[in-house]
Ligand binder design. Sequence first.
Ligand SMILES: [Zn+2]
Length: 315
Amino acid sequence: MSTHPASTKVLFVAGTGRSGTTILSTILGQLPGAMAVGELRYVWERGFLEDHRCGCGLPFSQCPVWRAVVDRAYQGAPPPDPLAVSQDLLSRLRMMRIPSMVLRQLRGRPAVPPHPNDDTIAALYSALSELEHPAVIVDSSKLPPYGKILERLPGIELYVVHVVRDPRANAFSWRRVKVTGDRDDDDATMERLELWRSSAMWVVWNYLVEFWWPVKRGRTVRIRYEDFVDRPRETVERIAQLLDLDTSPTPFVDERSVRMQPTHTVAGNPNRHDRGLVTLRPDEEWRRAMPVLQRAVVSLFTLPGLRHFGYSVRG
Ligand SMILES: [Zn+2]
């Protein structure tokens, strides 16, 4: 395993799924010095085990960047047991463990219990920073408990961007069928969630991010998805400022269009494969297509957080 001579900034993009975290991360990864790696929390199954397509278009096992990083991290061999790491993460990051995470933290212990697999995970981030020398690694793993593991790893200086989206738009998006585009040989679709489930996740995850990384700590910025798609350039520049990232040359060709170069993201929304000129527009389909009753259900379930995160009850 590698040593950790200096610390690297990792920007953890936190929030619930379907909140625009992938497109935001991919754009941030276009800034000079920033490297978007996608949802690295899933590299164990989607990269090592299932060989999904990297953001550069090649299967994970063929991507020259990841091949070099993996060689460096595990001395020329694949990591010892990706299946074990993947299963361990699944189990440690479970939503039902949140009460015990909070209790552990209140008692002054790490919220997520440490595990020997943390060294295997840390080796990947160290090798990334040693080989690619990014000023910032942009990791869109989203799940707050994973951020808690990252925060503790040696050599990582954690920054957080908390993305919140209108829960009704979020719930609507969770019910849509989306092909991942991650492999040639199948038309696998992204996971779908029932309204109550996406609503509960919205409340729990967002409050947890706020509890763990409040904006006042100085290394967190909170943005609403709606503001980001309305003023993408301004939002990206605000985040860049927090990280001391240079925004010239800028990937923006105007206030809302970005020239996208390929990234080396390992997992995330299918839009991580987008190339060329991408123009951001608010995705308002839910306002027309979501039945009134469904909206009401989501508003009711997410009531504790709606106003708090800047949304009106009536949408
Ligand atoms: Zn790649």
